[in-house]
Design a protein around this ligand. Structure first.
Ligand SMILES: Nc1ncnc2c1ncn2[C@@H]1O[C@H](COP(=O)(O)OP(=O)(O)OP(=O)(O)O)[C@@H](O)[C@H]1O
Ligand SMILES: [Mg+2]
Length: 241
C-alpha cells in the first residue's frame, strides 16, 4: 500500500493502442491495493479483462457516480485475486463528461476511499483521458521499442511536457533493439524511465482472470513477470510522493 499523506491518482495513458495500458493499470492496481477505474468504453479496457460484461447491465456505475458528483462514492466490484474495479460502460463513449468533472471525481474518490486510484484509459486524446491525466500524481506511459510507437511517444511528450510522466519500456524482447533504446533515452530527457517489463509471449494467450501479482501459488513464468510488475509498482510509488 502507498505510504502517502494522501492517496495518489495514477493514470495509465498512451497515444497508441495495444501498448499494454490495461495490463499495467490492472496489475498496478492489484500490486498497490488500489481501485482500478476503467475509463475506456471499448472492449480493450480493464472491465473485460476483469471479467465484467458491462452490456449485460443496464446501469453504468461510473456514469451514475459521475452524475451524482464527487461527494458520492461508487462501490468497487470485488473478486478474489483481482483488483477492486469501477467498471466502464459503452455509454461512456457518448457521455460528454468534461475533463474537469472526471478529474474532480477521481481525486475525491482517492481521498474518500483512502486508497490509490489507478485509471485505465482509451488510447489517444479524449476528455476522460485528459481529465484523468490532469489530476494524476503520476501518468504511467507504456512504451514499445518500435518505430511507430516511438513516433507516437515523441508527440505525447511534446503535448504533455509539463505533466509528471513515468515512461515504462514494455514488452521488451530479450535483445532490445539498440537504436530504439537510444531513441527512448533521447526522447525521455528529464522524464524518468522505469525498469523494463519483458515480453512474455504467453500473456497474449492467457485466459485466466487473476492479477499476476496476486496469484497465491505462481509458477516460474508468472513469478518472473510478477517480479517485474512489483518492481514497477515500487518505482511508481516512489514517483508519486
Ligand atoms: N509484457 C507483455 N508481454 C507480452 N504481451 C503483453 C505484455 N503486456 C501486455 N501484453 C499483451 O499485449 C496485448 C495488449 O495489451 P493491453 O490490452 O494491455 O494494451 P492496451 O494499450 O490497453 O490496448 P488498447 O489500446 O486496445 O486498450 C494483450 O494481448 C496483452 O496480453
Ligand atoms: Mg486497454
Amino acid at each position: 500500500m502507498c505510504q502517502h499523506a494522501y492517496m495518489p491518482v495514477i493514470t495509465v495513458a498512451a497515444t497508441k493502442g495495444g501498448v499494454g495500458k490495461t495490463t499495467l493499470a490492472y496489475e498496478l492496481a492489484a500490486a498497490l491495493g488500489g481501485v482500478l477505474v476503467d475509463l475506456d468504453w471499448d472492449s480493450g479496457g480493464a472491465t473485460r479483462m476483469w471479467g465484467y460484461d458491462p452490456t449485460s447491465f443496464k446501469r453504468a456505475p461510473l456514469l451514475d457516480a459521475v452524475e451524482a458528483g464527487p461527494a458520492v462514492l461508487p462501490r468497487p466490484r470485488r473478486r478474489r485475486n483481482q483488483p477492486d474495479l469501477i467498471p466502464s460502460h459503452p455509454d461512456l463513449a457518448a457521455s460528454d463528461i468534461p475533463d474537469l468533472v472526471i478529474g474532480d471525481c477521481l481525486s475525491s474518490w482517492a481521498k474518500q476511499w483512502d486508497r490509490p486510484v489507478i485509471a485505465d484509459t482509451h488510447p489517444g486524446a479524449n476528455a476522460l483521458t485528459d481529465g484523468a491525466m490532469q489530476v494524476a500524481d503520476l501518468v504511467v506511459v507504456p512504451v514499445i521499442l518500435a518505430a511507430r510507437e516511438m513516433d507516437a511517444l515523441a508527440g505525447m511528450l511534446n503535448d504533455f511536457a509539463g505533466y509528471r510522466l513515468l515512461l515504462v519500456p514494455n514488452m521488451v524482447p530479450p535483445s532490445p533493439p539498440r537504436r530504439y533504446v537510444e531513441r527512448l533515452a533521447e526522447l525521455a530527457g528529464d522524464k524518468p524511465v522505469a525498469p523494463p517489463i519483458s515480453e512474455h509471449r504467453w500473456m497474449r494467450r492467457r485466459v485466466r482472470r487473476s492479477a499476476l501479482t496476486l496469484q497465491p501459488n505462481p509458477g516460474r513464468q508468472v513469478q518472473r513477470v510478477a517480479g517485474e510488475l512489483r518492481t514497477l509498482a515500487r518505482v511508481v510509488e516512489e514517483h508519486c510522493v
